[in-house]
Design a protein around this ligand. Structure first.
Ligand SMILES: [Cu+2]
Length: 325
């Protein structure tokens, strides 16, 4: 699908980026404590490896994303979180380590404008360049997802958001796991269905029922039917065939790979991992801001990326264990 007329970049709806902070590409400084592996992580689903068709050749994404050419890829056995990492699990990590996230260090994070109360919005000036619906909100971070005055005490089962790729790496180092590779993520998302658009098949809303948390209404101006922009609790919709929740929509999920648009041309066909020095990291799954009219990256083959220091109210993470990573 196409982006809106006059859109600054086809990456637009999903991912503002922090400029000028690239290069910090390793999660240094966090002592590896004797972790309680998988503490508070929820279930890790064992996935039996195999061969699958990865990527997409149908012209329904954005050429710059590099969704194709599709190809056969083999992944080894691994395990993956049944859901995204929750606020509860991330709080456990912070309590145990005193970890300070990138957003907390830098003093701000990106919040979608409709998530910020109108009276506060009016006083805000800073927006992401070219993306007016993103506010760079001072004080926004995982514990205050909409900025000062917001909190997560009543959202323990929501996915943690405002985590940078560096934060995700640090969390994984503590929990004794790793971020899934793109190949592991897509293999898990497809759950054995070949060449389908979504984890459940080709139809977005079978029998008229939403299957994932994506934008409802006219993006980015208005919502319909009482739908509100913002992450919702993990596991709010039915899982896919492998028992995995929210592989589409809700929040973007960081992957281990460096992002390259030529990923499908340049990486191996066996447990691929892109380690080119591109300054960006891959994101999968789409978020509550995705909508067919603007950004349909809630498909299993769709890809996005951001700089490793970027955080936003629609970016979270899921962990993996075993296999490559
Ligand atoms: Cu999107």
């Amino acid at each position: 699908m196409t982006e809106a007329p006059g859109a600054p970049a086809p990456h637009a709806c999903c991912t503002p980026a922090r400029p000028g902070l690239e290069g910090a590409d390793a999660a240094g400084g966090l002592a590896q404590r004797a972790p309680d592996p998988r503490a508070g992580l929820g279930r890790l689903v064992p996935i039996r490896g195999g061969a699958f068709t990865m990527g997409n050749d149908v012209d329904e994404g954005f050429a710059v994303d590099g969704e194709g050419p599709s190809r056969r890829v083999v992944v080894g056995d691994f395990a993956i979180g049944e859901a995204t990492v929750t606020n509860r699990a991330f709080a456990e990590f912070v309590r145990a380590t005193g970890y300070v996230t990138t957003a907390e260090e830098l003093g701000s994070s990106f919040v979608f404008y409709l998530q910020v109360p109108e009276e506060r919005r009016a006083r805000m000036r800073r927006t992401a360049p070219g993306l007016p619906w993103w506010l760079d909100v001072e004080g926004a971070c995982w514990q205050r997802p909409e900025g000062p005055g917001s909190q997560v005490h009543d959202r323990p089962q929501h996915p943690v958001v405002h985590v940078s790729w560096l934060d995700a790496q640090a969390f994984c180092a503590w929990a004794g796991c790793h971020l899934p590779t793109e190949a592991q993520w897509e293999y898990a998302a497809r759950a054995g269905l070949e060449a389908r658009r979504y984890p459940w098949g080709d139809e977005l809303e079978p029998e008229g029922k939403p299957r994932c948390h994506i934008w409802q209404g006219d993006f980015p101006r208005s919502t319909r039917g009482g739908w509100k922009p913002g992450a919702i609790p993990a596991k709010s919709f039915a899982p896919n065939g492998y028992g995995l929740y929210d592989m589409c929509g809700n929040v973007w999920e960081w992957c281990a790979d460096a992002f390259s648009p030529s990923y499908h041309l340049s990486t191996s066909g066996v447990d691929p991992l892109c380690d080119e020095d591109t300054g960006r990291r891959s994101l999968r799954g789409g978020s509550f801001l995705c909508h067919d009219s603007y950004c349909n990256r809630y498909r299993v083959a769709a890809r996005s990326s951001n700089t490793p220091t970027t955080s936003a109210s629609n970016i979270g993470m899921r962990v993996a264990a075993g296999g490559r990573g």
